[in-house]
Design a protein around this ligand. Sequence first.
Ligand code: URA
Length: 217
Amino acid sequence: MIHNLGKSNSILNQYLSEIRDHEIQTDRLRFRFNLERIAQIMAYEISRSFDYELSEVQTPLGLSEVPLLSDEVVIASIMRAGIPMHHGFLNVFDHADNGFIAAYRKYGKDDGFEVKVEYVSIPNLEGKILIIADPMIATGVSAEKTYRQLMAFGKPKHTHFASIIASKEGVEYLQKKLDEKEVSIWTLAIDDELTVKSYIVPGLGDAGDLAFGSKED
Ligand code: URA
């Protein structure tokens, strides 16, 4: 169920270190671009699990046989932080359909919060490959809640959660709650801790704020 791309040496860890670095991450353009290019490489890795059918392409000089993607892909991103990753996936799966989900944490008086999913715009998902982009899997609750709401739009052939940093707790939560035959989790790092406000430690801070600026609660 878990694909931790940061475990093997690759350029991905350079991009990960830049989005974590408290000085480099203040450059919003670079921050967003790093999320986008990580998603592009992740898209390639995920594409290796899809189905392909042999097809013929007419070149100016003859026929060439090539296995082409036969799965239909839907890219769904959780706003706001999933948007730069969405661009990265769309650069690779340019024929994909798209979905957008507004999910946020509604904090109570203490540090506890409830995850609210308020807006979903998505095509039918029956039999399709669903990629849900959200850079941070902290508690796993918003990922699970989003997934369950999306299932009302049809049962995908397989769902890929595309994250950049996950927490150990969040990964264990999703492994307990979701079926590994139906769901895979992709990430570049699994960090050990969460703060009392459920931010990932060491993590990178607030991915949405770093990409787009702070907002009123
Ligand atoms: N969302 C973030 O942006 N950062 C975290 O650490 C957890 C959730």
